[in-house]
Design a protein around this ligand. Structure first.
Ligand SMILES: NC(=O)c1ccc[n+]([C@@H]2O[C@H](COP(=O)([O-])OP(=O)(O)OC[C@H]3O[C@@H](n4cnc5c(N)ncnc54)[C@H](O)[C@@H]3O)[C@@H](O)[C@H]2O)c1
Length: 270
C-alpha cells in the first residue's frame, strides 16, 4: 500500500491523511470546483471553511461534510467586499485556530454581456473584475496577512483558466482577469517564498458547467464546439480539477511554486 492509502480515523472519517491538522479556506465553495475541493480536502483531513455566496450553497456543502465526519464551517461571504473577506479569515481562525491553505476560487462569467470590446459597458468590466480579480486579491491579501502573522508558512492555490493563456474566448473581462491571476500567483511565490508560503495557479479548461452556466446563450452549441477541440474528447468536471488543487496543497507538492498548472484534456495544445 502506498502513501495515498485511505484509512478510517477514530471519528469514522475516510481520509488519506495528507492534510491532517491543516485548515483551508475556499471561496466559491458552495458549488462546482470549490465544493469538490472542499469535499476532497476534508477527506484528506483538513478542516475547511466553506465561503461564498449564495448562502444556501455554502451552508449545504458544509453540512454535508460535517455529516460525513469531516470538519467544516459555512461562512457566507461576498468576495467583492474586502470587509467580508477579512471577516471570513478571522472567523476561520477563531473556529479552527489557524489558516494554512487558501483557495481563491469564486468566479462569475457574464457570457452574453462580456464581449465586443469596442462597445463593452464599463459596468460589465467592473463587475467581472470586482468578483474574479479583486475577489482573489482580497482573499490572498487577508489569507497572507494571517499566514505571515503565524510564521508557519502556507499554501495558496489561485483559480485562473485556460482563457488566461489565449485570446480565443469572446469574454474579454473574464479572460483578462484570469491572466492577472496567473501573475498574482507568481508575485506571491517570489515575495513570500522566504516565509515558506507557496503559491500556484491552476487553469482548468472547458468543464461541463461554466460559472453562471444557466445564463449561457447556447449551452448545446458550446458543448459541441468545445468537445471537438478537446483531445480527450469530453468536457471536464469539478472532480477532474479538485484532486489537482488538493495535491498542490499537500507536502507532496512542496517544491512547486509560482507555476500555472493547466488541466484541460489537452485543449490548449492544439
Ligand atoms: N467551469 C469552467 O469551465 C471553468 C474553467 C476555467 C476556470 N474556471 C474557474 O473556476 C472557478 C470555479 O468555477 P466553477 O466552474 O466551479 O463554477 P461555479 O459557478 O460552480 O463556482 C463559482 C462559485 O462562486 C460563487 N460566487 C459568485 N460570485 C461570488 C461572490 N461575489 N462572492 C463569493 N462567491 C461568489 C458562485 O455562487 C459559485 O458557487 C471560477 O473562478 C471559474 O472562473 C471554471
Amino acid at each position: 500500500m502506498g502513501e495515498w492509502e485511505y484509512r478510517w480515523t477514530k471519528e469514522g472519517q475516510v481520509t488519506n491523511g495528507k492534510l491532517e491538522g491543516k485548515v483551508a479556506l475556499i471561496t466559491g465553495a458552495g458549488s462546482g470546483i470549490g465544493a469538490a475541493t472542499a469535499r476532497l480536502m476534508a477527506q484528506a483531513g483538513a478542516a475547511v471553511a466553506i465561503t461564498g455566496i449564495p448562502d444556501d450553497g455554502v451552508i449545504s456543502v458544509a453540512a454535508e461534510i460535517t455529516a460525513s465526519g469531516g470538519s467544516a464551517i459555512a461562512i457566507p461571504t461576498d468576495v467583492s467586499d474586502p470587509d467580508q473577506v477579512e471577516a471570513a479569515v478571522s472567523q476561520t481562525v477563531e473556529t479552527f485556530g489557524h489558516l494554512d491553505i487558501a483557495v481563491p476560487n469564486a468566479g462569475i462569467q457574464m457570457h452574453s454581456e462580456d464581449r465586443n470590446l469596442h462597445e463593452l459597458p464599463e459596468a460589465v468590466w467592473d463587475r467581472t473584475h470586482d468578483v474574479n480579480y479583486k475577489g482573489q486579491f482580497f482573499t490572498c491579501k487577508y489569507a497572507l496577512a494571517q499566514m505571515v502573522k503565524q510564521g508557519t508558512g502556507g499554501v495558496v492555490i489561485l483559480t485562473a483558466s485556460i482563457t488566461a493563456l489565449r485570446g480565443t474566448t469572446p469574454n474579454v473581462a473574464y479572460a483578462t482577469g484570469k491572466a492577472g491571476i496567473v501573475n498574482l500567483a507568481r508575485h506571491i511565490a517570489v515575495h513570500y517564498g522566504a516565509q515558506g508560503i507557496r503559491a500556484n495557479s491552476i487553469s482548468p479548461g472547458a468543464l461541463e458547467r461554466t460559472p453562471d452556466f444557466d445564463l449561457h446563450p447556447n449551452p448545446v452549441g458550446r458543448r459541441a464546439e468545445m468537445v471537438a477541440k478537446i483531445p480527450l474528447g469530453r468536457l471536464g468536471t469539478p472532480e477532474d480539477i479538485a484532486p489537482f488543487i488538493t495535491f498542490l496543497a499537500t507536502g507532496d507538492a512542496s517544491f512547486a511554486t509560482g507555476a500555472n498548472f493547466v488541466i484541460d484534456g489537452g485543449m490548449t495544445v492544439i
